[in-house]
Design a binder for this molecule. Sequence first.
Ligand code: ADP
Ligand code: MG
Length: 308
Amino acid sequence: MEPIISITDLSKVYDSGFRALGGVNLDIRPGEIFALLGPNGAGKTTLIGIVCGLVRRTTGDVRVDGRDIDRDYRAVRAMIGLVPQELTTDAFETVWATVNFSRGLFGKPSNPALIERLLRELSLWEKKDSTIRTLSGGMKRRVMIAKALAHEPQILFLDEPTAGVDVELRKDMWEIVRKLAQSGVTIILTTHYIEEAEEMADRIGIINKGEIVLVEEKAKLIARLGRKQLVLHLQSRLDTVPTSLERHKLALAGDGRNLVFTYDTRAERTGITALLTDLATAGIRFSDLETRESSLEDIFVDLVRSAS
Ligand SMILES: Nc1ncnc2c1ncn2[C@@H]1O[C@H](COP(=O)(O)OP(=O)(O)O)[C@@H](O)[C@H]1O
Ligand SMILES: [Mg+2]
């Protein structure tokens, strides 16, 4: 399948001389939810800004649906909806006017039925005649989404859609994004919340210091880079890890009742067999055992640390 967005050798050096992006290569597949995950300052907003035509690239090639973003700016821009990181709406306008106007900006004919459907889907219909300033933070964000969708884009960028949003609202937002993806919109979201990428994305790209460190299917990423933990529930508690077991990566948990062994699923040998032998020799018995997969968080922290 042809990528809907194709980014090649993209770099951005701001006028200050700061290199915000360097050598970025990235393809986005039609219909996917792609999470661009990275710490603050990694270059996420810059990358989105370039694709949306808000930031000029220094070098590189960006194509949307096969079209060059500069040469075919209008056609490309019409395909894209952007929910920016900062809320930018006129506080004194009504919800209806704001969303309706946004459609007009793209030269699309007025379509009240479409605006109504959008507002209903985003649970904003009851608020259509309210001015933006009277809305809660969560509602304002939904207005931003309605605005971004008013011209029926095929691609939606959500720049940190839940930054500073409480947990409940974050879950609402995830639900909205899922529904949008089901309706066929390609979604690229940026986040510095690992949980959000883990929850939402089909694929995850990790960006750090202006470079894409890795792009992978979420499930594969967790499996490929993941480490596992083997947790042994001990029959009798330990105060310390016995010296005869020091060569294994062990930690005590659960007030000395659990022995936790961390191993690399990619390694040829996990070390589990040797561990079990040494445990038997040391006379340590366990009543039960379980394995746990490491979360994306462990992977992310690892990558960002090793890259810096
Ligand atoms: N207009 C600008 N001029 C100079 N530096 C900028 C400008 N905009 C962003 N930067 C810098 O570029 C880096 C990446 O910023 P940004 O793309 O906003 O990162 P993110 O969205 O991942 O937090 C940051 O170090 C930021 O300070
Ligand atoms: Mg940003």
